[in-house]
Write a protein that binds this ligand. Structure first.
Ligand code: ATP
Length: 517
């Protein structure tokens, strides 16, 4: 674990050092949980967004995109339930003055039991070798059974408290924290305040005060922009249920505890899709979208073992199924995407609050209904973080040297090809520019002439550039260059005319989409 945390720290400083992510307003000492993307970060981020958009919108005939405004009519957030219920339960430690999410403290405690059990099992596996019967061990080991019983009891109690009549039982939450003897990681004490609810929406004013300014909110999710445009899109696009509307955009949440770099930000970006279906078919579609979204993640080639589904213990009152896709970050399996079966809650609420009829007339059986909705919602920044964490690699080379290489899927890499003149003279820079001028229409190229070739390779490895080309004196004679591959570091002599053919397919988003069929 310590080693993993170490890697996470390295990823964070790598992101800064190589122009991926900077703390926002850094020269003013930063702004909590707000970050800026640098010259390489923005390219990687755009590629992630393209991969999502092309899969969702281009490959699905019945999904279209929109781009709705961040500012919306304030009643939308009343209708959606966010004004009354978009809260997190917070608790303070009186000694450290640190603030925590009470639910997260308890979930971490459950995870600790799980870890303990897994450690026991791993130890036994090692001890018994080939003859190890895991199922039998789990069913009979006194230690495992004891921990499992404690874990299950805690889990059960937590569920009851979170799903209490009339909303979360705040006193019950605190009691669990006291009974489990959970301590503040900073002060090490159990001197906790009561648990309070805290609304996560940012407010601002629209219009000058004298004219009667109204309070509006920065949207905490992009989904509502889709719901309130359901009729517009369905009618103008002549969409037939089942169909989906996709959107990528910023969302804002005044998170209580901002931790783990870009994992939890106050301003972030979401890629959401609402899929409108006939009532009664939603659970089939829920399963279908679980499969499709998991396949999208796995097509990046990071290994199936690094993903898992985590079904929700606490269902929002309007949801009838919900799961998260979790990715193995250096700090454990964490949610990257949520998939929710939201029933017809949102559309019905907007119909009620706006007074407009929001229904679908189904020509197949001459009925009208309010469609049910399956939502897939993924954070661009969390996806970015998972890609960075998985790709970051420190490699020992022959001769004792080390290199840091970002093994990004080539289609996501910020720069696809770097072109180096061996020296700054003899017309080599001009030749290098000529190559770039030809290829830059097809993919992102970068010119580099500073430092020795070895150093230039390292710099490109560190930002994940899959291909480098060196132009030397022989190039001027026979139009060949040395092509060097990031992952294997192999080099070969190729014709300039062949470069596009070798590189283009491998670096295009299409290459990823083809993994998906
Ligand atoms: P969490 O439980 O981690 O707060 P959530 O369940 O509230 O997340 P959703 O409302 O389902 O998250 O949002 C969908 C997705 O948006 C999440 O899976 C995540 O990728 C992203 N997301 C949500 N909150 C943040 C945040 N503060 N910073 C970055 N990404 C976020």
């Amino acid at each position: 674990m310590a080693q993993q945390e170490d890697i996470f720290k390295k990823v964070v400083s790598h992101c800064k050092e190589y122009g991926f992510v900077f703390p926002s307003s850094e020269i003013y000492d930063g702004l909590g949980a707000v970050y800026d993307y640098g010259q390489n970060g923005v390219e990687l981020k755009n590629n992630i967004k393209q991969y999502w958009w092309q899969y969702m919108v281009l490959l699905h005939e019945n999904i279209v995109g929109i781009d709705s405004a961040i500012f919306m009519h304030p009643t939308i957030w009343k209708a959606s339930g966010h004004v009354d219920a978009f809260n997190d339960p917070l608790i303070d430690n009186r000694d450290s003055k640190k603030r925590y999410r009470a639910d997260v403290l308890i979930e971490d405690q459950i995870a600790k039991y799980d870890e303990k059990i897994e450690k026991e099992v791993a130890k036994a596996r090692k001890r018994f070798g080939d003859s190890f019967d895991e199922a039998q061990y789990r069913a009979t080991s006194a230690r495992v059974l004891e921990d499992q019983a404690k874990r299950d009891a805690l889990h059960q109690r937590y569920q009851e408290v979170m799903n209490a009549e009339g909303g979360i039982d705040l006193e019950g939450l605190k009691q669990i924290i006291l009974d489990e003897e959970i301590v503040c990681p900073i002060s090490g004490t159990r001197n906790w305040t009561d648990v309070r609810q805290f609304n996560l929406m940012f407010k601002t004013e629209m219009g000058a005060a004298a004219e009667g300014a109204s309070t509006i909110y920065l949207r905490p999710e992009t989904a509502q922009g889709i719901f309130v445009n359901y009729l517009n899109v369905q009618k103008t696009g002549r969409m037939k249920v089942p169909f989906g509307i996709a959107q990528i955009g910023k969302a804002f949440r005044n998170e209580i505890v901002a931790r783990q770099f870009i994992f939890r930000m106050r301003e972030f970006e979401q890629m959401e899709m609402q899929f409108f279906v006939k009532p009664g078919t939603e659970l089939q579609w829920f399963e279908e979208w679980k499969k499709r979204r998991m396949a999208w993640h796995q097509a990046l080639g990071f290994g199936a073992e690094n993903y898992r589904f985590h079904d929700h213990d606490k269902l929002a009152h309007y949801a009838n199924a919900a799961t998260d896709i979790e990715f193995k970050m250096p700090f454990g399996f964490k949610e990257v995407e949520g998939i929710h079966s939201r029933t017809n809650f949102d559309l019905s609420q907007h119909a009620k609050y706006s007074g407009k009829k929001i229904e679908y007339f189904d020509p197949e059986d001459n009925t009208s209904y309010t469609p049910y909705v399956i939502e897939t919602s993924i954070g661009v920044d969390r996806m970015f973080l998972s890609v960075m964490c998985h790709s970051y690699c420190e490699e020992k080379l022959e001769g004792g040297d080390t290199r840091v290489v970002l093994r990004l899927p080539a289609a996501l890499a910020p720069v696809k090809l770097a072109v180096f003149p061996l020296t700054k003279k003899d017309g080599l820079p001009e030749k290098a520019h000529e190559i770039i001028n030809d290829l830059k229409f097809h993919f992102n190229c970068k010119y580099e002439e500073k430092d020795q070739i070895g150093k230039r390779y390292r710099r490109q490895d560190a930002i994940g550039t899959p291909f480098c080309v060196t132009v030397d004196n022989q190039t001027l004679e026979d139009n060949t260059v040395t092509l060097r591959y990031r992952d294997t570091m192999e080099q070969e002599r190729v014709n300039i005319a062949d470069l596009r053919g070798i590189i283009e397919d491998q670096v295009s988003i299409t290459s990823l989409l083809k993994n998906l069929k």
